[in-house]
Design a protein around this ligand. Sequence first.
Ligand SMILES: O=P(O)(O)OP(=O)(O)OP(=O)(O)OC[C@H]1O[C@@H](n2cnc3c(O)ncnc32)[C@H](O)[C@@H]1O
Ligand SMILES: [Mg+2]
Length: 207
Amino acid sequence: MKGDIHFATGNQNKLNEVVAILEAGQPLPWTIKSADVDLPELQGEPEDIAKEKCRLAAQQAGGAVMVEDTSLCFNAYKGLPGPYVKWFLQKVGPEGLYRMLEGFADKSAYAQCIFAYTPDPKTEPLLFIGRTHGLVVPPRGVTKFGWDPVFQPEGFDRTYAEMEKSVKNTISHRYRALDQLRQYLLKGDVQQIDHPDVSKTQEVVGP
Ligand SMILES: O=P(O)(O)OP(=O)(O)OP(=O)(O)OC[C@H]1O[C@@H](n2cnc3c(O)ncnc32)[C@H](O)[C@@H]1O
Ligand SMILES: [Mg+2]
């Protein structure tokens, strides 16, 4: 076993999906622990946000850290709301997100997840990007996780909210990004400095 990687997030739904995706695939020789560190909502390009979030999390947590930042990008809006979807969702809800596209013929969008990983607080984070293309539709399904009821992935007649979790977790933006990070960790010669200093950590996936 190679040690711990802290997944820093304040979002329980993300954590649940990350655990389910990792448990369904090839086991990692690391223990993934959740770290409840306080992360700011940064602004800028999604890649820069993920990198900076990872640097800040690594400073707080010490040791190896992964974070992710998720965007929902409307093609009619040239990629917005993108990383700012959290605020739009909070103010107008899933229905309001759909209604933002009412005046547009193009309802296409993509969900994007960027994982950023660093083996220690001094190393530049690496990025792993996953996208799932689809349509923004009137909300269908139970609202359990964010904008799931308004996103219908390409090739499906169901929204993320109407799918079994096990199906979402094999085609989602999060799965696609996390699978690349998993491949990297399994192949890569990852240096590990093991000095976690997070008060609220919890083991979620063991080797
Ligand atoms: O602590 P962090 O990891 O940053 O968690 P967060 O909830 O702040 O998440 P983001 O900053 O990445 O903002 C993404 C927004 O999109 C939502 N979201 C993320 N992944 C989603 C998914 O797979 N399906 C639906 N909504 C999702 C999430 O609830 C947020 O409102
Ligand atoms: Mg956030």
